[in-house]
Design a binder for this molecule. Structure first.
Ligand SMILES: [Zn+2]
Length: 366
């Protein structure tokens, strides 16, 4: 062996020794340690309405027993959830719109009452400063959101009204067009993006510190929001079109556009979004393929999780909120650093919320 071969062999030995493969047990312990100190958030669940009106999956006392509860979040090392008030798209006459707005108000108030009745377990977060504060009290963090801007009706004043109630994000549409914008599942383009009222809504959301959520909206709407919003735009529960070509998923140019605002692509967990493979073959690894795709395209600063639990989310290995650490374990196995996992799980979201709050504060000062 000549001198150069000897040096080469020595380098191989050193490099091999520096890679310690962690066992499953070590990975699980690593995830446990990490989740104690980082802040973690799931940016989409449909749990609130089920807790408000339990039926179907209920326990012996008649309480909702679905994929998310404060105790399940705790077991899974999940600090915070968006508890979205969901409205399916219906008629758009003035009378119906008024009723839908009232419905959203009532559901928020009802869930707030539930949180107050469980004040030993959870608290509502009204701003970014509340997030770590509530976690450090050992409680679950409730973040209010509305899924479908239909709740706003055609009255711009409703944005401020919901913001004052604590709503931190509004998904502009559900599957079908509304008075704000076109949606991803509708067969016709009614506005070709945001409507004139939709532009007003985005501006008002910026002014009031409410995050613009483009999950469910059409591609034209997404690009209009990216141009119109002064604050970062996020997709609270969407996956990658290049892995599964589903109309709800995001193409590369959409992912890049969201990232260009400083925003987030929060990967969701339903098989409908993740893969065309049969159910039994879709698991946490499939989800992590979507997560890594987004990271590789736009950077770890722009990716996180929005499960859609209690609304169609969940798959093998991530059946409910108790299993959240399985995502961390899979990403650790793939070589993710603690720093990147901290960004992914919550610090990205905190950065976005702070930016949204800063822009609202500046608007108030002008
Ligand atoms: Zn949804």
């Amino acid at each position: 062996m000549n001198k150069f071969k000897l040096i080469g062999a020595a380098i191989v030995v050193i490099v091999a020794a520096s890679f310690t493969v962690q066992s499953d047990k070590e990975l699980a312990e690593h995830a446990d340690r990490l989740h104690k100190v980082i802040f973690s958030v799931d940016t989409h669940t449909d749990t609130a309405i089920h807790i408000n009106h339990p039926k179907g999956k209920v326990d012996a006392d008649g309480n909702w027993d679905g994929q998310v509860s404060f105790s399940k979040m705790k077991e899974g090392g999940l600090d915070a959830c968006f508890f979205a008030i969901f409205l399916s798209q219906g008629p758009r006459d003035v009378e119906t719109l008024k009723k839908e707005t009232q419905y959203a108000i009532d559901e928020i108030n009802l869930f707030k009452e539930y949180v107050n009745n469980h004040s030993d377990e959870a608290e509502v977060a009204y701003c970014a400063d509340d997030l770590y504060k509530i976690k450090n009290k050992g409680k679950s963090v409730v973040i209010f959101a509305i899924e479908n801007g239909y709740a706003l009706g055609k009255d711009i004043k409703n944005v401020e009204m919901f913001a004052k109630m604590g709503v931190k994000a509004i998904t502009l549409s559900h599957n079908y067009n509304n008075d704000i914008c076109d949606a991803s599942r509708d067969s016709v383009a009614e506005w070709h993006g945001l409507s004139p009222f939709g532009y007003e809504v985005v501006g008002e959301m910026n002014r009031c510190g409410v995050i613009v959520d483009v999950s469910h909206t059409s591609t034209e709407t997404l690009f209009d929001c990216v141009k119109a919003s002064a604050a970062p735009v996020i997709a609270t529960h969407s996956c990658v079109w290049n892995i599964k070509d589903h109309p709800r998923n995001l193409k590369d140019d959409e992912i890049k556009a969201i990232a260009s605002t400083g925003g987030l692509i929060q990967v969701t967990t339903g098989r409908w979004a993740l893969s065309w493979l049969p159910n039994e073959q879709v698991n946490v690894s499939t989800m992590c393929d979507h997560i890594e795709y987004v990271r590789n395209l736009v950077g770890v600063e722009h990716v996180g999780v929005g499960t859609d639990f209690d609304g169609g989310g969940g798959m093998n290995g991530l059946e409910d909120a108790t299993k959240m650490k399985n995502i961390t374990i899979e990403l650790l196995r793939r070589g993710w650093s603690d720093e990147d996992l901290k960004l992914f799980w919550g610090d990205n979201f905190i950065r976005v919320l702070r930016q949204v709050e800063k822009i609202a504060k500046e608007a108030a000062a002008n």
